[in-house]
Structures are given as C-alpha cells and as structure tokens.
Design a binder for this molecule. Structure first.
Ligand SMILES: Nc1ncnc2c1ncn2[C@@H]1O[C@H](COP(=O)(O)OP(=O)(O)O)[C@@H](O)[C@H]1O
Ligand SMILES: Cc1cn([C@H]2C[C@H](O)[C@@H](COP(=O)(O)OP(=O)(O)O)O2)c(=O)[nH]c1=O
Length: 209
C-alpha cells in the first residue's frame, strides 16, 4: 500500500514521518525530492530564484520517475507499506501555483496540466494524508528559508491542495496540523490503520495501482 504525506512547508510532515518509523519497522520510508542526483538537481533549482518554472516542473518530475522505478515499484511489488514524505500532489499544488504566476506560459489550468503530465506513468497513492495548516503558521514554522516558504505563495499552494481534496475526497484524509505533535501523529496513525484494514485482500500484490 502506498501512503503519502502532503501539506505546506512547516506543516509537520517530516516530524510525523520520522515518528512512524518506530511504529512500522518493516515499512519502506521514502521522500521527494529524493536523495538521488535527480533530487540534487531539484535542490539546485529550489535555491535558484531565477529558475524557469517549467524547467523546474520537469526536474521534479524526472526525480519522481526515477523514484517510482528505483524505490516505489520494487517496494510495492514486495508487498511493503510505503510511506512517502511528499509525492505527486506536491507538484500538482506547488508547480500548479508557480506556473499560474509565471509569465510566458500560456496554460489554461496549470494544476490540471501538471496532473496530466503524471497521468500516463505515475502510481496513484492509496491514501494521502493532508496536513492542514494556515500559510502564516506554515511559513513561520518553516523559517522562510527558500523561495517557496512565503505566506502569500503558500496561500496559493493551499488553495490548490483544497482543489485536489475536492477532486478526490476518498483518497485524502485531512489532519488538523495545528494540534500538538502527539495529536497529529495519532490522527495520522488512525488514518493509516483505517486504510490498511480496508486494503486487506483487495490488493494482495500491494501494487497500489
Ligand atoms: N504539531 C506541531 N506543532 C508545532 N510545531 C511543530 C509541529 N510539528 C512540527 N513542528 C515544528 O515545525 C517545524 C517544521 O516541521 P517539519 O516536520 O519539518 O515540517 P515539514 O516536513 O512539513 O516541512 C519543525 O521545527 C518542527 O519541530
Ligand atoms: C516534491 C516537491 C517539493 N516541492 C517543494 C516544497 C518545498 O518547499 C521544497 C522542498 O521540499 P521538502 O524538502 O520536503 O521541504 P519541507 O520539508 O519544508 O516540506 O520543494 C515542490 O515545489 N514540488 C514538488 O514536487
């Protein structure tokens, strides 16, 4: 089963992802951007305030394609629970917002465009946990250290996440990320347990497709 953690910078995803290691010692824990050279290229782009938004989308997407074939697919074929700290919805929400603000890219609906780019090759998660937090608190917690971590941009990203939850309400579990870290962890663990219980027998190969 594939579970992904999504939300604004500073919403507490990594804190929970680390705590889950102890609860699910046999699971595969992974993240995007990855630690491959594709991921390194993504981090170079994040640090570049002048990066072209379309070029940046395809760097993230290259990292995702490599992540799928190198980590996600083999783990699902083994039948592992896979927990990814960020995944495709980050592209839909973040690059959807960056492309909407960009000049010179004539995309009618950038979020839908990014979804369409993924459609032919990506694997849809069985469960996506959305860490719901207001952009001001998110920017404050994240420390505004990169170009994405500013409240006005994060407000656009949050609006895109809301569109994604509206499109696929059954895939998403919304967690109130303003709660203290223990309460957030329990809410995430509950959502995981519910989906794990529901997936018994339905997807014995664990492919998540
Ligand atoms: N529930 C929470 N309440 C308050 N602060 C939190 C909470 N969860 C995480 N933090 C703090 O917020 C910052 C960002 O958390 P982190 O888990 O790295 O978020 P993300 O991975 O979503 O960017 C860290 O300093 C972390 O200690
Ligand atoms: C995976 C991904 C991340 N991002 C952004 C979100 C973050 O600001 C940045 C780095 O991600 P990450 O290291 O996960 O940041 P954080 O732990 O603060 O959430 O890249 C995208 O814009 N698109 C993507 O597809």
């Amino acid at each position: 089963m594939l579970a992904t953690l999504e939300g604004l910078d500073g919403s507490g995803k990594t804190t929970v992802w680390e705590a889950l290691h102890e609860r699910y010692p046999d699971a595969t824990f992974t993240r995007e951007p990855t630690n491959s050279w594709y991921g390194d290229a993504v981090y170079r782009s994040i640090e570049d305030d002048e990066a072209d938004p379309l070029a940046e989308l395809f760097l993230y997407t290259a990292d995702h394609a490599d992540h799928l074939s190198r980590v996600i697919e083999p783990a699902l074929e083994r039948g592992d629970l896979v927990v990814s700290d960020r995944y495709s919805d980050s592209r839909f929400a973040y690059q959807g917002a960056t492309l909407a603000a960009a000049e010179g890219h004539d995309l009618a609906d950038p979020l839908e465009y990014v979804v369409d780019v993924h459609e032919p090759f990506s694997i849809t998660p069985d469960l996506t946990i959305y860490f719901d937090l207001d952009p001001e608190t998110a920017a404050e917690r994240a420390g505004a250290t990169n170009k994405f971590e500013h409240a006005d941009y994060l407000a656009d990203v949050r609006a895109n996440y809301e569109r994604l939850l509206e499109r696929e309400p059954d895939r998403f579990a919304r967690v109130n990320a303003t709660q203290d870290p223990d309460a957030v962890l329990e809410a995430v663990a509950d959502a995981l347990e519910r989906t794990l219980a529901g997936s018994d027998g339905r997807d014995a190969a664990g492919t998540g497709r």
